[in-house]
Write a protein that binds this ligand. Structure first.
Ligand SMILES: Cc1cc2nc3c(=O)[nH]c(=O)nc-3n(C[C@H](O)[C@H](O)[C@H](O)COP(=O)(O)OP(=O)(O)OC[C@H]3O[C@@H](n4cnc5c(N)ncnc54)[C@H](O)[C@@H]3O)c2cc1C
Ligand code: SF4
Length: 334
């Protein structure tokens, strides 16, 4: 039996001060990840500070057409918010394709961004794992690595980032707003996620005790034509082998604007910037999509069991862009 301390915070400053003051402290939102990791002995926390009474669960309009999503807004509530559905359908779809109905009712947006990897060696609590116990090695390099990443990896960690909605947020240049012991700050979401390099235990720039209060998605007309596709071993209640967020604007047969991001293949939610750069100004054709997908995957580093992700990701990109083009066409499906 492992004794745990539990307390509820009613103010942001109180939550931040309580966790900051205790190296074994952690925030507890929906608990759908944190409780598992504490039970498994993977999270070294014995003080859980429940943040569910904090007033951080709204979705608010921003001047100019963007949205501010509170860190405690639940995945299902955000997915079904009519403004999200209309302006950022890719966010709604990414949320609804994640976890299960019950989990999405509990799970918060802030907790989703901070969820830990699903690598079995990380979660078993005993295998060598640089992310859990820095310096012990990476069991996945020569082990069971079928679900592991092929982009953004290092010799120290190849775990895939598990969040679906983070892929959509990366595609739309969202910002993460937080309050910590050093005050309030904002970080672009692409800078929020850190590739493993030689410090895989550091996943984001949050200080200990720093609380995400919201994420802001800027106004982006193109996002209204976005879609999210997810490919996995079974059709529900499963993490992505590959996923793709695509949005496309075509003028006179040429790609005028594009957003493309990948899940299931990167150590971070992967913005496909090489493919985007190659597509801008190119004919909006399958040939261009195939070439752009190949350019993005050129840097893939595969292991014994995950090489299949390269062609799967390429096909997913082509399909995502083709379907996004159909959505963007006048009278196309919405
Ligand atoms: C069976 C299963 C299947 C799943 N499938 C998917 C899937 O397909 N796609 C997907 O994207 N996700 C999936 N998930 C993950 C799920 O989305 C996350 O568990 C959930 O979003 C976490 O939110 P939470 O509120 O429960 O966080 P918690 O478990 O309460 O917290 C998670 C972590 O975030 C920290 N934290 C929480 N809130 C904040 C905050 N505001 N600021 C700073 N730190 C914070 C906590 O301290 C903890 O370390 C699945 C989970 C399970 C259990
Ligand atoms: S891939 Fe990362 S999380 Fe998995 S065992 Fe290696 S270091 Fe640990």
């Amino acid at each position: 039996m492992r004794p745990l301390r539990y307390t509820r915070a009613t103010e942001v400053e109180q939550a931040v001060a309580t966790v900051s003051a205790d190296p074994a402290g952690a925030f507890l939102a929906g608990g759908t990840t944190e409780v598992d990791l504490v039970r498994l002995g993977v999270a070294p926390h014995d003080l859980l500070v429940d943040i569910n009474d904090l007033p951080l669960d709204d979705v608010e309009d921003l001047p100019g057409g963007g949205l501010r999503i509170g860190a405690l807004a639940r995945m299902n509530d955000v997915a079904r918010d009519p403004r999200i559905v209309a302006r950022y359908p890719g966010i709604s779809q990414a949320l609804l394709l994640g976890a299960s109905e019950q989990l999405r009712n509990m799970a918060s947006m802030g907790g989703n961004l901070c969820q830990r990897v699903r690598c079995a060696y990380f979660r078993d609590g005993v295998s060598p794992c640089n992310k859990r116990d820095p310096g012990t090695g990476c069991s996945a390099l020569d082990g069971q690595n079928r679900g592991h990443a092929i982009l953004g990896t290092s010799e120290h960690c190849i775990a895939t980032h598990p969040s679906d909605v983070a892929v959509a947020l990366v595609a739309f240049d969202a910002q993460v707003h937080s309050i910590g012991p050093s005050g309030a700050r904002m970080v672009a979401i692409e800078d929020f996620y850190l590739q493993p390099g030689d410090t895989p235990h550091i996943e984001h720039p949050l200080e200990h005790g720093e609380l995400i209060v919201a994420m802001e998605v800027p106004a982006l007309p193109l996002a209204a034509q976005s879609l999210y596709l997810k490919f996995r071993d079974r059709q529900s209640y499963e993490f992505a082998l590959v996923s793709v967020l695509a949005a496309l604007q075509v003028q006179d047969g040429l790609v005028a604007d594009v957003r493309l991001a990948l899940g299931g293949v990167g150590t971070v939610p992967w913005r496909a910037r090489r493919a985007e750069a190659q597509l801008i100004g190119a004919p909006a054709t399958t040939t261009s999509f195939v070439d752009a997908a190949a350019a993005e995957l050129r840097l893939a580093v595969v292991r014994e069991h995950n090489a299949f992700k390269v062609p799967l990701a390429q096909r997913a990109i082509v399909r995502g862009l083709s379907e996004a083009m159909a959505v963007a066409a006048p009278g196309g499906p919405r």
